[in-house]
Design a protein around this ligand. Structure first.
Ligand code: ATP
Ligand code: MG
Length: 427
């Protein structure tokens, strides 16, 4: 980090040497005040993009239409953006045009929240015309300027505001909050990708409980472009769900989402549709869906050693381990299992917790291709092909997994013959 900051100061010095103003700005300044981890350093300057590209040897024109050039110094990337204002917002999301301006203060004025509208110069002097520092000290989230106007310009700011309030544990200043309530319907102008990016950061952030509470209170999620079809009362029920506090103990974002969907009482067959609407990547959708399937299956088939092991065969060890992680977290926080509709009693719950991982380890093989017998060999027993072969293989796998049958070719053949005889009796 020190190195990155050193390089950033070189960028600023270099711009000043050529006669331009340059400052640290935005999230970096905010996070510096809060002693937060710094991910990246944004720089704002009076130099036009063409000049930035001229005076640095390594640049990428990342967003020329917004005045942004990425300057690369010793492998560090810095976004250098020309002072600008935005005029005439369209469709509650995008400015029609950006205009380069000569004064820093005009650039700071276009920024969303007071804490994001501070700059620091090379000597460490802070330029804070909207009282961002005071607000941060008082833990207040406040729009720069008139909140009603700011949210009507760009509806995404409402989501950003809630995410920031949650992450930094801020109180939303009343006028800012009322403006969100007034403008909540305009969230429909924001692309689902952007909404889910904000949601994701909130859910995976340090205070998802607060974020969800604010989100519920704002009702923003009832007005998104794609209807997520979550019942209003299910959102509202979240507010006093004590499971929310368990979130903090789950490192995995996907599992936080799983828990959230459980609390929202999302049907299994709706999960994929919902997460697709939120533009989740497929691997994440599959993972969340798989844990839900395990849970449903165990609810149907009792929480016993046998069912647990069978679930491993049906849905994979990872999905069952994920469910175990969930149970662990729920247990840590003494959450109410009934709120999550787990159909098990305390004794079963304790047993799953204590033995669940051992049970997964005990399973000798978990996949069909690990059986010491092939589909071809099974086929020869009846001399005809068909889906029956797979069901025999599956049966063998389950029995081996449960340690009821040895994974030896001879044992497997004998057992297969037996199973086929049983099948024939029904034919
Ligand atoms: P983080 O990177 O942690 O999300 P950040 O504040 O750096 O926080 P960025 O999206 O990187 O957020 O934006 C950098 C700066 O640009 C912000 O600090 C803010 O000043 C300004 N900004 C970003 N998005 C908007 C917006 N939608 N409306 C107004 N200003 C914005
Ligand atoms: Mg940033």
């Amino acid at each position: 980090l020190i190195l990155m900051e050193q390089e950033a100061s070189e960028v600023i010095r270099h711009l000043e040497k050529h006669g331009y103003e340059a400052y640290y700005v935005g999230g970096y300044v905010r996070d510096k005040f809060l002693n937060r981890n710094i991910k990246d350093i944004d720089i704002t300057t009076s130099a036009y993009p063409s000049i930035v590209m001229d005076i640095f040897s390594h640049t990428v024109p990342t967003g020329l239409q917004h005045g942004t050039v990425t300057v690369i110094m010793k492998n560090y990337h810095f976004e250098v953006t020309t002072f600008r204002t935005e005029t005439e917002y369209q469709d509650h999301r995008h400015p029609k045009e950006v205009q380069f301006v000569s004064k820093l203060i005009d650039d700071l004025e276009r920024r969303d929240f007071t804490m994001n509208a501070m700059a620091i110069n090379i000597n460490g002097t802070i330029i804070d015309p909207f009282g961002g520092k005071k607000d941060l000290n008082a833990k207040i989230l406040r729009c720069v300027g008139d909140p009603v106007l700011r949210f009507s310009e760009d509806a995404l700011r409402m989501m950003r505001g809630i995410r920031f309030a949650a992450e930094y544990d801020l109180q939303v200043e009343p006028k800012t909050w009322n403006a969100i309530l007034l403008h909540k319907e305009s969230i429909k102008h924001v692309a689902m990708e952007r909404i889910s990016a904000e949601l994701d950061r909130m859910i995976e952030g340090s205070n998802p409980k607060k974020g969800i509470e604010l989100l519920v209170a704002s009702e923003l999620m009832n007005y998104t472009k794609e209807n997520l079809q979550i019942q209003k009362e299910n959102w509202l029920a979240l507010s006093d769900n004590n499971v929310l506090k368990a979130f903090q103990h789950l490192d995995e974002g996907s599992l936080r989402w799983f828990l959230l969907l459980l609390m929202l009482k999302t049907e299994t067959n709706h999960i994929k549709t919902l997460l697709k609407k939120l533009k989740f990547p497929n691997y994440k959708i599959m993972r969340i869906h798989a844990v839900k399937q395990v849970k449903d299956w165990l609810n149907e088939n009792q929480y016993s050693e046998r069912s647990w092991k069978k679930a491993v065969i049906h849905y994979g060890a990872d999905a069952v381990k994920d469910l175990h992680t969930i149970l662990n977290t729920v247990a840590l926080d003494h959450c109410d299992l009934r709120l999550l509709s787990f159909k098990m009693n305390k004794a079963e719950f304790d047993q799953m917790l204590q033995k669940g991982l051992d049970w997964i380890r005990e399973i000798p093989i978990k996949q069909l291709n690990e059986l010491e017998i092939t589909g071809g060999e099974i086929k020869d027993l009846k001399n005809k092909s068909g889906p029956w072969i797979r069901s025999v293989l599956n049966q063998l796998l389950i029995e081996v997994a449960l340690n009821e049958l040895e994974n030896k070719q001879k044992d497997l053949m004998n057992r297969a013959t037996q199973i086929i005889r049983g099948m024939n009796e029904y034919e």
